[in-house]
Design a protein. Structure first.
Lengths: 248, 224
């Protein structure tokens, strides 16, 4: 129990600071990206959606990595708060994945002249969305909390195999989606584009951390409430002056 | 180690024996696959199928594995065998591997029965790549069986099992599908091996990763 409350206490203490930092970075990033950065030579003003699309896509991948690491941690330590953290990560990761897919689709319409194409990178990203949906659905279908946590962790660990495909698809297939701009070959971006992009990326990562802290606490309190209610019900039946109802 | 192999052997033996007696699973898989092939053959009524053929083949195998593997652990739960498995003094991964070998045998049998029909229906020219195709076929089937058996164990004791099994199996087996489809495409097109060799490698690597992960995870799934 001490470990549990330590993590929760820490989350509670950091929550406000992370939230403020996320707000500051996101506002600064949006100002830099939407106002001061120059329009693209080929794409014009459309390129500005990239400052939302790329950071959200990166944070979605980060969220899944946290889910994977958290699942391993849960299986190792069996700490219920870590399970709450994983549960929270899947839901928030689903939100980030959806934002990345929707903004990418809006960007694709003027640039590629189509809302959606079955490009491997896009497909692998859509699969990531489906894995997270499957994960959350599975959680709602298992009745015992302990079993729910173990099964969900198993799915998250197997699903991690999709991540390298998302990350490397544009390299493997040489497709429509542009290849990685930041890789072992060095940086292929100019400074005016890179700075707002990195500020926005920090902003979305902080937003992810903030949402995780809030949601994890919510799920933790929810579980606590259910446990308390169960205990109170048990007490009220044992101390009740009436005889228990006949069973069967 | 000896106990582990014994458990794997006896569970596989039991599954094969049961199947020999009633042949329910094999018949269901085979006729389901036949139905899919018939639907495909008139859904895609075009002259040149070579571009989509690898996809068609693996879609058919994938759906067939949903039918065949989804119920793999149901008899174990219904007959309360799972309780007995829990008192076996071995790693629970052995039970998983036993079920996996049995399932792999069924899927390979159904797949081998389908190949002549595929050749017949879609006019495939196997060319000189028969052995490579057989390797791709076995590796792809193994990938589907590895994940299918794991998720069959996982969904056997939850609500809405029939819904959850394909919802988990299909997205998570995407790496297997990608490797198998691309390698099959290369082999059917008659490309030289080095051109599609990396897809076979990808498939084998994922098979290896998945079987190790599944062996380890099945201890957590079957242990309550």
């Amino acid at each position: 129990m001490t470990d549990l409350s330590r993590l929760i206490n820490r989350l509670r203490r950091w929550e406000r600071g992370i939230g403020i930092a996320a707000f500051v970075f996101l506002s600064a990033g949006l100002y830099l990206g939407l106002v001061t950065s120059p329009p693209d030579y080929y794409q014009g003003e459309v390129v500005r959606i990239m400052y939302i699309h790329v950071p959200f896509a990166k944070s979605a991948l980060l969220a899944y990595t946290i889910l994977f690491a958290g699942s391993l941690w849960y299986l190792w330590k069996r700490d219920p708060v870590v399970d709450n953290l994983c549960h929270a990560t899947a839901g928030i990761g689903l939100f980030f994945t959806s934002v990345a897919l929707v903004t990418g689709s809006i960007w694709a319409k003027p640039t590629w002249n189509t809302w959606w194409t079955w490009d491997p990178k896009l497909t692998a990203f859509a699969v990531l969305l489906l894995i997270q949906v499957g994960y959350l659905m599975l959680r709602s279908f298992v009745d015992a909390p302990d079993r729910e946590a173990r099964y969900a962790a198993a799915v998250a660990i197997v699903g991690f195999a999709d991540l390298p495909i998302v990350y490397l698809a544009a390299e493997w297939w040489r497709t429509l989606h542009q290849p990685l701009s930041i890789s072992v070959r060095g940086l292929s971006l100019s400074r005016e584009i890179f700075i707002p992009l990195i500020v926005m990326s920090i902003g979305t990562s902080l937003l992810l951390a903030y949402l995780l802290a809030v949601r994890t606490q919510m799920l933790y309190l929810e579980r606590l409430l259910i446990a308390k209610r169960g205990r109170m019900l048990a007490q009220s039946t044992t101390t009740s002056p009436l005889p228990p109802p006949p069973s069967g | 180690m000896r106990e582990l192999i014994n458990v794997i052997y006896w569970i596989t033996w039991k599954d094969l024996r049961c199947e020999l007696r009633n042949r329910e699973n094999l018949a269901a898989m085979l006729f389901f696959a036949l139905n899919i092939l018939l639907v495909f053959s008139f859904s895609f009524a075009m002259d040149d199928l070579t571009a989509i053929l690898p996809g068609l083949i693996w879609t058919a195998f994938g759906f067939t594995s949903i039918v065949g593997l989804g119920r793999s652990f149901v008899p174990e739960v219904q007959n309360d065998c799972v309780e007995y498995y829990q008192i076996l003094p071995v790693h629970k991964g052995a039970i998983y591997l036993g079920k996996l070998v049995g399932n792999l045998v069924f899927m390979t049998l159904v797949g081998l029965a389908l190949v002549p029909l595929l050749v017949l229906f879609f006019n495939i020219d196997l060319g000189g790549a028969t052995w490579i195709l057989l390797l791709i076929f076995l590796a792809g089937m193994a990938g589907l069986a590895i994940l299918g058996t794991l998720f069959s164990a996982l969904t056997s004791r939850i609500r809405a099992r029939e819904v959850m099994f394909p919802l988990l199996l299909l997205p998570l087996s995407v790496p297997v599908f990608i490797g198998a489809v691309e390698a099959t495409r290369g082999a059917l097109a008659g490309d030289p091996l080095p051109l599609y060799r990396h897809w076979i490698d990808l498939l084998l690597i994922f098979d290896g990763i998945f079987v190790i992960v599944a062996f380890w995870i099945s201890e957590l799934i079957l242990d309550d």
